[in-house]
Design a protein around this ligand. Structure first.
Ligand code: KG4
Ligand code: ZN
Length: 345
């Protein structure tokens, strides 16, 4: 492997950590393609089936990469390096992307850089906006993770808080499930909440008074179940359903916003990045923007295609790593890894 990665080099990025197969091409700093294939079939199982996810990645990955090359109007011989998601995620999913990437790296004699998926989310805001100022605060909220990061540079970031149980998206999904709504649940709750009364039920705001930046959402799920079973004692009608959705969503948004702004103030960060699937939540977005504005802070939320799992975000940080001379041996292994682990990039 002789290539030196420069600011004008071409990069292929691959993401397959969960249920999205994605490939992206960067030519220099320009994102030329970002192809995402979502495994929608999991919906009928009410959650992701790891074995099926893995098989779908195997079936789709070669086509997705070919499509990303075609859309960018390049071929594999033009590619100078590969970035691939190494951790955390589902083992059977990660192994498909990393092994495919390693195969290509061997065949085309290319450097490869293993990327932490969460790092991808943290820096995803840079895909469309290079003006974010360090140090910034990043709230990553999805079905699998809910963490706050203090980000000092492309190389240095610290986890300052995480959920102690369910991720925020998981809370949305579990509450939606117990209310008989579809999967994934966040979007259904968001839609119903728009016509509900967010003050109808005082659901708990866990850990809000505690002097840390951690979260806990499993109590909220229990509170919703208790409300339906013990207070209502019947299947909620349309109006009750809308009020439960609005009140539960408000509890989640409230905790996320208050803790994020408290952390921003503690660390003196003016810019705040919010990413991950839950960043699509309309109430979270509105509340964050309103409250941040009051404090003179700026919120950066990437477009939805870059919020949910995608290869562009892996390429964005992978490119920075390669420019800093970082790459990985072909022997690197996947890591399903704890999301609560403290790491510094
Ligand atoms: O980042 P993502 O696509 O996948 C991972 O979990 O990595 O996030 C999916 C999560 C699901 O839990 C889904 O319910 C939630 O994001 N979500 C939402 C909304 N859209 C997606 N949660 C709240 N409101 C939404 N509008
Ligand atoms: Zn993710």
């Amino acid at each position: 492997m002789t290539q030196i990665f420069t600011t004008s080099s071409t990069l292929l990025a691959i993401e397959s950590s969960c249920d999205e197969t994605s490939a992206a091409i960067y030519q220099g700093s320009e994102l030329r393609s970002n192809i995402i294939s979502s495994q929608l079939f999991h919906t009928k199982f009410g959650g992701i089936v790891p074995e099926l996810a893995s098989r779908a990645h195997v079936q789709g990955i070669s086509t997705i990469i070919a499509e990303s090359l075609r859309e960018a109007d390049v071929s594999m011989v033009d590619v100078d390096a590969i970035a691939v998601t190494q951790r955390p995620g589902l083992a059977g999913s990660l192994v498909v992307g990393t092994n495919f990437a390693k195969g290509l790296a061997l065949k085309y004699n290319l450097p490869i850089v293993a990327v932490n998926h969460i790092e991808g989310h943290i820096y995803s805001a840079f895909i469309e906006n290079e003006n974010i100022r360090f140090p910034f605060l990043a709230l990553i909220v999805s079905g699998g993770h809910t963490s706050l990061f203090h980000v000092e540079s492309f190389e240095h970031y610290t986890v300052i808080g995480s959920t102690r149980d369910d991720a925020a998206g998981e809370a949305f999904d579990k509450i939606a499930k117990l209310l008989g709504l579809g999967y994934p649940g966040g979007i259904h709750i968001d839609r119903l909440a728009k016509e509900g009364n967010a003050r109808a039920i005082a659901f708990p705001r866990s850990m809000l008074r505690e002097d840390n930046f951690d979260f806990s959402f499993s109590g909220l799920k229990t509170a919703v179940r208790t409300y339906v079973q013990k207070t209502l004692q019947h299947t909620p009608n349309e109006e009750e359903l809308r009020n439960i959705c609005a009140s539960a969503q408000e509890a989640i948004a409230d905790v996320l916003v208050q803790k994020t702004l408290r952390a921003a103030s503690h660390f003196g960060a003016n810019d705040i990045v919010v990413a991950g699937g839950v960043a699509a939540n309309s109430r979270l977005r509105a509340l964050l923007r309103d409250e941040a504005k009051k404090q003179g802070r700026q919120i950066f939320i990437p477009a939805m295609a870059y919020c949910t799992d995608n290869a562009a975000m892996i390429g964005c940080i992978g490119r920075q790593k390669l420019l800093h001379g970082v790459h990985s041996p072909l022997t690197f292994t996947i890591g399903v890894g704890s999301l609560r682990a403290k790491y510094r990039g």
